[in-house]
Ligand binder design. Structure first.
Ligand code: CP
Ligand code: NVA
Length: 301
């Protein structure tokens, strides 16, 4: 049975700590592997990407493998060839799929009909590779993750859902402040809570910011929600990570952002630039963490 990475809870808790340590070791340069020698990973991207695409392509090459990049525009995916047929065809050519798409159910179809591992490179519901990389970014600075208070200010979106699952895996306390009607999926919240996640949901950004060790945000309109931009700008008024909110956080609080950032919307220019070291470490850590995730996926084969 291939091992898949569709959301953060797909990794058993003990493995999650191991993957985190492994990513750090790979970053620190103490680990060499040709794990993917002779193997091919197909990247299927139905949405735009800079970081995820490039960091996966480079990660696979560093591990000795090669990649094929597919979009709907130049493949039969854009002409409605069923995903279940695509899954069966690509499984005969390659060793894993890394997929950025819309609904999570598309990944489920690839898993159901394919015979090779599937890795989630962002869906409408989850962005697990990003948040695992963000957890590595915190871990490098403050290894005792269970002692941290993390705040999320903004949309209860794919990133928020993966943060919620990360809270269950890694033990930090997470307060999410989202405008009414833009909160996270309560099923995701319930599942993580049942696994021990310490979550607080609020509509007050000050509550998320107060005494936070790390503060996080993301765009107000995600990919696929462009038509809602203006409505969302109105709904998210007061949810910008700026100097006023930062004044409530712990001294030394770091701000994280998965990028791309919309300065002047979810984050002020000053707060972004004051935290550029952390934010660009998150981007770098995609490379290291995704190597560790690929290793975890392939060790089951
Ligand atoms: N953070 C992130 O996933 O960036 P890309 O959309 O550029 O891949
Ligand atoms: N929530 C954003 C994340 C981009 C990396 C989106 O889905 O567009």
């Amino acid at each position: 049975m291939p091992r898949h990475f569709l959301n953060i809870l797909d990794i058993p808790k003990a493995d999650a700590a191991r993957v985190l340590a492994r990513a750090k070791a790979m970053k620190d340069g103490g680990v060499r592997t040709r794990l993917l020698d002779g193997k091919t990973v197909i990247l299927i991207f139905e949405k735009a990407s800079t970081r995820t695409r490039v960091s996966f392509e480079v990660a696979v090459r560093h591990l000795g493998g090669s990649t094929v990049f597919l979009t709907p525009h130049e493949s039969q995916l854009g002409r409605n060839e069923p995903l279940k047929d695509t899954a069966r065809v690509l499984s005969r050519y390659a060793d894993a799929l890394v997929v950025r798409t819309f609904g999570q159910e598309k990944l489920d179809t690839l898993v159901r009909w394919g015979t090779i591992p599937v890795v989630n490179a962002l869906t409408d519901e989850h962005h697990p590779c990003q948040v695992m990389s963000d957890v590595l970014t915190m871990f490098e600075r403050t290894p005792d993750l269970g002692a941290l208070k993390v705040g999320w200010v903004g949309d209860g979106n794919n990133m928020a859902h993966s943060w919620i699952e990360a809270a269950a895996q890694f033990g930090f306390a997470l307060t999410l402040a989202c405008p009414s009607a833009y909160g996270p999926d309560l099923e995701v919240v319930a599942r993580a809570t049942a696994l021990g996640a310490r979550l607080t949901l609020t509509e007050d950004p000050a509550e998320a910011a107060r005494d936070a060790d790390y503060l996080n945000t993301d765009v107000w309109a995600s990919m696929g929600q462009e038509a809602e931009q203006l409505r969302r700008e109105a709904a998210f008024e007061g949810f910008q990570l700026n100097g006023t909110l930062m004044a409530l956080a712990k001294p030394g609080c770091k701000v994280m952002h998965c990028l791309p950032a919309h300065r002047g919307e979810e984050i002020s220019e000053a707060v972004f630039e004051a935290n550029a070291d952390t934010i660009f470490d998150e981007a770098e850590n995609r490379l290291h963490m995704q190597k560790a995730i690929l290793e975890w996926v392939f060790e089951a084969l």
